[in-house]
Write a protein that binds this ligand. Structure first.
Ligand code: SF4
Ligand code: SF4
Length: 289
């Protein structure tokens, strides 16, 4: 099974548009939606949840009020301002607590301990012809590379059982821990960029990250015709760095329609975007199949 990741230097570049369309075209594929902050690939394939798992991403402090003598030391040592004094009680804000343990160590009455905190859930979902591993991070939780790793592990396990050829990963955007968890140990990476004012800067950052992991990769320019000047700069940069442009997708109002109708744009056969994505698919097939 080959793992292909679709990533971008920032969110909103059309990564899921490409992932859902390639996921639709590549028949022997299981999908892994690693964009755990904004998971929506399952909606595009109208899947039902078959399996659900809890994800405990970290630890949070809790105070045993029976042991607390209200000295206030914990509030003073917490540099995340996660401890408040309200109604004559010291309380920990679980959204602010980083689990650093400083309060646990400092409490003179051993009233504080760290407990596992439920950070989100991950799922295995299917429709008639598509299988997806995906996740939801709880509100207020920091985006987690650990949750991304669980989604990938689940996709690998199910992909092996179903004898799939490819795992297609819709990666977390950016260059942080969830993004690197989406990229590590993949066979090939597609970087999606757009010709916006920060597009080239974001592209350079994600290229640096992918190179750090020594992955083979190529670039797709989405909505390349909304600013041909910046698109030209992106192409020039890629040429100078010997980076392959796997394809260029034109701006196409059908993409918006496909999102509203929750149907991968590649299924709108006569659309400009679908035609461009089919060309990308043909080139990708040569690389991975
Ligand atoms: S340090 Fe311990 S005893 Fe002091 S206020 Fe905090 S929880 Fe209570
Ligand atoms: S574990 Fe760290 S962040 Fe959490 S309340 Fe204690 S000192 Fe603050």
């Amino acid at each position: 099974m080959k793992q292909i990741a679709i990533v971008s230097g920032k969110g909103g570049t059309g990564k899921t548009t490409l992932s859902s369309s390639l996921g639709s075209l590549l028949k022997s594929t299981i999908l892994a939606d690693c964009d755990v902050d904004a998971s929506n690939l399952n909606l595009m394939f109208k899947t039902q949840i078959n399996e659900r798992y809890e994800y405990f991403g970290g630890k949070k402090a809790v105070i045993d009020q029976d042991k607390c003598d209200k000295c206030g030391i914990c509030k003073d040592v917490c540099r995340f301002e996660a401890i408040n004094f309200e109604n004559n009680v010291y309380k920990i804000d679980p959204y602010a607590c980083e689990g650093c343990k400083a309060c646990v160590i400092s409490c003179p009455t051993n009233a504080i301990k760290l407990v596992e905190s439920l950070s989100g859930e991950y799922f295995y979902s299917t429709s008639e012809n598509k299988e997806i591993a995906h996740a939801n991070l709880n509100p207020g939780e920091e985006t987690s590379g650990g949750l991304v790793a669980e989604v990938r592990k689940l996709a690998i396990e199910k992909g092996k059982q179903l004898k799939k050829d490819v795992i297609l990963i819709d990666g977390s955007p950016g260059i942080g821990c969830p993004a690197t968890s989406s990229i590590a140990a993949t066979y090939f990476v597609i970087i999606v960029t757009e010709p916006t004012s920060s597009g080239l800067h974001d592209l350079k950052r994600i290229i640096e990250t992918v190179r750090h992991f020594k992955r083979d990769f190529a670039v797709v320019i989405n909505k390349y015709d909304i600013n041909e000047e910046i698109s030209g700069k992106i192409e020039k940069f890629c040429q100078s760095e010997n980076i392959e442009i796997l394809g260029k997708i034109p701006f196409d109002e059908t993409v918006e329609k496909s999102i509203l109708e929750m149907n991968p744009v590649v299924n709108y056969k006569n659309s400009k975007a679908a035609k461009a994505i089919i060309k990308i698919y043909e080139k990708l097939k040569e690389k991975i199949l």
